[in-house]
Design a protein around this ligand. Structure first.
Ligand code: B4P
Length: 191
């Protein structure tokens, strides 16, 4: 069973590359951002709670995120492997994921970290904001806050996996196909 984490700042191309990875390697995709947006569109209590944080570009509390991921894993017990997209985003989430994996006799094979410079991230998110309707893509201050939150709360997760010798960095600037080819090269080492 192959379990991969796709990591990177907001706008790094995680969602974009995830589509291609799951198509090629038959993994089950879990994007915590997508799950929150689904709850939001269905007006569930979880969606309403998450909205308060997402609208400002802040992280949803760990307890809420971890509970949702646990539930997702229980509902997909027949999966051939998982692609975690946008999760874990804090060290507490990473520790919880390791514990969940251990309970299920599974493990993370690799964390693939997409590297994109600040200016390019802002450009991509502003561009998406013109069409996505996502409240967190609409204002430059929210975009900048998301990037700051990434540096403060999420980047330590890369160190967490580096210590386990599982971190692989990939250049996230270039064409979508070029980046996918670099990601595939990393994955091939683990299949
Ligand atoms: P996410 O849904 O994960 O959103 P994101 O960080 O903006 O990344 P996304 O995957 O959407 O964008 P991508 O880089 O693919 O999170 C949203 C919010 O949910 C968070 O701020 C937080 O509030 C909450 N949340 C989610 N998970 C959480 C967790 N675990 N804990 C706490 N809170 C959590 O793409 C961006 C744009 O770039 C797209 O328009 C794309 O077309 C473009 N692009 C992609 N690749 C490109 C390339 N190579 N060249 C040019 N453009 C490219």
């Amino acid at each position: 069973m192959l379990n991969i984490i796709l990591f990177g700042p907001p706008g790094a191309g995680k969602g974009t590359q995830s589509e291609k990875i799951i198509g090629k390697y038959g993994l089950t995709h879990i994007s915590t951002g997508d799950l929150f947006r689904k709850h939001l569109s269905e007006g569930t209590p979880l969606g309403k709670e998450a909205q308060r944080y997402m609208d400002q570009g802040n992280l949803v509390p760990d307890k809420v995120v971890i509970g949702m991921v646990d539930q997702f894993l229980k509902e997909h017990q027949d999966a051939e492997g998982f692609l975690f997209d946008g999760f874990p985003r804090t060290v507490a989430q990473a520790q919880a994921l390791d514990a969940l994996m251990e309970q299920k006799d599974m493990h993370i094979a690799v964390m693939i970290a997409l590297e994109v410079d600040h200016q390019e991230l802002v450009k991509r998110l502003q561009l998406r904001g013109e069409t996505s309707g996502r409240s967190d893509d609409q204002h430059i201050d929210k975009i900048e806050n998301r990037i700051q939150v990434y540096h403060r709360e999420t980047l330590p997760v890369a160190t967490y996996y580096e210590k386990q010798d599982k971190l692989e960095k990939v250049n996230g600037v270039g064409s979508i196909e070029e980046i996918f080819s670099s990601i595939s090269n990393v994955i091939e080492k683990h299949v």
